[in-house]
Design a protein around this ligand. Structure first.
Ligand code: COA
Length: 351
């Protein structure tokens, strides 16, 4: 039986450290408030005009490819998950293919969204291609550059203090070793609350929350500039979040989807060697850990250093845990995520 194994992982974070005190110079917030509510002490911001979502993804990918023991030309498919792409289109998949210099092989590139759940969705897709024998070396990347699009005024403080930049990558390959590899993935979504954690403009809705009646259609000024008055009034061009609703839903969905994956393959919480939760908020991870009765050494948290890096958070954490020697052959690793959409998912991997 063919399964997919993670043959190499890599991560990259920008060198610029932004502390909570740095943010409190820009907006009404404090180190105490941020740490108490989220556990975050600092995050990284990319260097504008030099680093992008793609360049960070490429840096992480090079490490993952090297650790997988292959050449970049061996990659036969690329999946790129991000909510902060370099361009509206084309997506980062083709850009990273070019940045890595593997255009000659003309391999397919797939861009996916799914925000904080992006990496779990991405490896699930890769897993299907590998199990069917379609591809043999799939590069999966999660990368984000949030710092370019956050609201640094008081109005955006609940969102801005949480997010950071970074990238993680993995190379997936087939394995026939009994019991090894991705054992199951579970993916879910519920669009009921799509706008509760969203970056909605500009978009085809043409106005803030699509309320064309209130704001009218965009107008052309001086023959070229579109003015979305509603968008400007309500700052629809920044991410917005209903924090309490996200928190309340996440603490239910995380344990639920982990349980679902465990039931799928017939294991119990005590069998998990390492849980890598999406780094949404330390308080959410602590809640999930308590609910599953997992000891500290079986849960990897690094949100304190990087904030929430959405699609990059799981591969960065996975890579750090592996580098620290906390993930070894035969270990049962659980990935779990929840985020905008709402989307959520889990994966159980025998390393
Ligand atoms: N600094 C200081 N005060 C802030 C602030 C900040 N950065 N952000 C919000 N506040 C204020 C609010 O304005 C509000 O003030 P008010 O009571 O005078 O109106 C107060 O703090 C409480 O706001 P609220 O949004 O209810 O706070 P909270 O206790 O729910 O904490 C979050 C806010 C965002 C930390 C919390 O809701 C959360 O972590 N939610 C989940 C977010 C998440 O994980 N997102 C990623 C999902 S993948």
């Amino acid at each position: 039986m063919i399964r997919s194994r993670i043959a190499g992982v890599g991560h990259y974070v920008p060198s610029r450290v932004v502390t909570n005190d740095d943010l409190s110079k820009l907006m009404e917030t404090s180190d105490e408030w941020i740490q108490e509510r989220t556990g975050i002490k600092e995050r990284r911001y990319a260097e504008k005009h030099k680093e992008t979502t793609t360049t960070m993804g490429a840096s992480a990918a090079k490490i993952a490819i090297d650790r997988a023991g292959i050449q970049k030309e061996d990659i036969d498919f690329i999946i790129f998950a991000t909510l902060s792409p370099d361009y509206y289109f084309p997506g980062c998949g083709v850009l990273v293919q070019r940045a890595l210099g593997i255009t000659g092989t003309e391999v397919g590139c797939l861009d996916i969204r799914q925000q904080c759940t992006g990496f779990v969705y991405a490896i699930s897709i890769a897993d299907q291609f590998i199990r069917t024998g379609t591809y043999k070396n799939i590069l999966v990347i999660g990368s984000e550059m949030h710092s370019m699009g956050l609201d640094y005024s008081d109005q955006g403080r609940n969102v801005t203090v949480i997010f950071g930049d970074g990238a993680g990558a993995a190379v997936l390959q087939p394995t026939t070793k009994p019991g090894q590899g991705i054992l199951t993935t579970r993916l879910h979504a519920d669009g009921t609350h799509a706008e509760e954690l969203a970056f909605i403009s500009p978009g085809s809705h043409g106005g803030y929350y699509g309320n064309v009646e209130e704001y009218g259609f965009p107008e052309v000024e001086n023959g070229e500039i579109f003015v979305y008055q509603g968008l400007i009034d309500k700052k629809g061009y920044y991410p917005n979040m209903n924090g309490p609703l996200v928190f309340k839903t996440a603490v239910v969905k995380f344990p639920e989807v982990i349980q679902e994956a465990m039931d799928d393959i017939g294991v119990e919480t005590k069998d998990i060697d390492m849980l890598i939760p999406h780094q949404a908020n330390l308080r959410i991870s602590q809640f999930v850990q308590k609910k599953l009765c997992l000891p500290d050494e079986k849960v990897w948290n690094n949100i304190q250093k990087y904030g929430n890096t959405t699609a990059a958070s799981i591969p960065i954490a996975l890579c750090e845990a592996w580098e620290a020697g906390k993930i070894n052959e035969g270990d049962l690793v659980c990935l779990a995520a929840f985020g905008s959409g709402f989307t959520w998912g889990s994966a159980l991997i025998r390393w």
